[in-house]
Design a protein around this ligand. Structure first.
Ligand code: NCD
Length: 331
């Protein structure tokens, strides 16, 4: 692992917009090593012994928070868990003061989730201004980015194609459909960055209220020949190699943008029937949490012939170990 570490230069991981192919491959390679650690008897390495990881989730989370916690523990770091409802935030403390409190306790890495886009970046800038040496990891900010989710999705896909040597170029030319609430999804935004960087063809499908035509302008024009927008599901699914479906982010919708969940399921919900348009060996991903029977049928979600959902969760720990290891060994 030492050769990959020396190549790593990112102190903070805020967004995948500026990730290079080498950085993607470094994360994938490092995650393979940690997958081996997780499959070994001891499951633990001393790589971050003595370092403190603060898990600061200002928004609800099950898998991302637990996954970062387990990853930090498997690396032998000490972990501080922050729960907003029982914290001094309820007494008026600002987010920045909360971060400075953890800094004073010796936090080396802060993993931050917040409902407002930009919060992790602001804290990173403040930590740099104060020359603290602290690394900030964005664990999901508003509608903006969710880098670790897209990296674990990438690892899940590339490991399926070559488990020993997953690399971003394996996805070149593959057709990948992203279906659902793209407008409100930070997972979609981060995945669009990584999948387009891999050379895949990315087909987005959603009702127009959840996928405005202008969305394409948020993606650099060099990628426009491989980015396709659809307001109907079937053309996005035709011959797809992989389909990623997304939760309807009701908490982020200013107004209700759909007539009914039933209608949404009829038009955009994934079912066995619908995926018959895809390649026969198509695989389905979902970042979770899932609204069963809305974006995907319960039967399809639980069908191991197609669903990679539990592999995504498993990959998450190895990928987050890789990321914490890479940023934790910079200094
Ligand atoms: C996603 C998130 O929080 O952005 N979940 C996750 O991290 N696994 C997606 C979602 O909430 O739908």
């Amino acid at each position: 692992m030492s050769s990959t570490t020396t190549n790593w230069v990112k102190k903070h991981v805020i967004s995948l917009e500026d990730f290079t192919p080498t950085e993607y491959d470094t994360v994938l390679n490092t995650a393979v090593s940690f997958k081996d650690v997780l499959n070994s008897r001891t499951k633990k390495v001393p790589a971050l012994q003595g370092q403190v990881v603060a898990n600061m989730f200002f928004e609800p989370s099950t898998r991302t928070r637990s996954s970062f916690e387990l990853a930090a523990k498997r690396l032998s770091a000490d972990i501080l868990n922050f729960a907003p409802s029982t914290s001094s935030l309820t007494k008026g403390e600002t987010i920045l003061d909360t971060a400075k409190t953890y800094l004073a306790m010796g936090a080396n890495i802060m993993v931050i989730r917040h409902s407002h886009s930009g919060v992790p970046l602001n804290i990173a800038q403040e930590m740099d201004r104060l020359k603290t040496g602290v690394s900030i990891f964005n664990a999901g900010d508003g509608l903006h980015q969710h880098p670790s989710q897209a990296l674990l999705d990438l690892f899940t896909l590339c490991s399926l194609l070559d488990p020993k040597n997953p690399r971003i170029s394996l996805l070149e030319g593959k057709k990948i459909a992203i279906v659902g609430d793209i407008l409100h999804s930070r997972v979609a935004r981060s995945n669009i960055n990584s999948l387009l960087a891999s050379g895949a063809r990315v087909h987005l499908a959603a009702p127009p209220t959840l996928l405005p035509q202008l969305f394409a302008d948020t993606v650099p024009s060099v990628y426009h020949d491989r980015l396709f927008l659809h307001w109907h599901l079937t053309p996005a699914l035709e011959d797809a190699d992989f389909v990623m479906t997304l939760r309807l982010q009701k908490e982020r919708m200013a107004d209700y943008l759909l007539p009914s969940l039933r209608e949404y399921h009829q038009l955009f919900g994934l079912t066995h029937d619908r995926i018959s348009h895809c390649n026969t060996d198509v695989k389905i991903l979902h970042p979770g949490p899932v609204n069963r029977g809305v974006e995907i049928s319960s039967e399809l979600m639980d069908d191991p012939r197609f669903s990679l959902i539990s592999q995504q969760v498993t990959s998450g720990v190895a990928v987050r170990m890789a990321l914490l290891y890479l940023i934790g060994n910079l200094k």
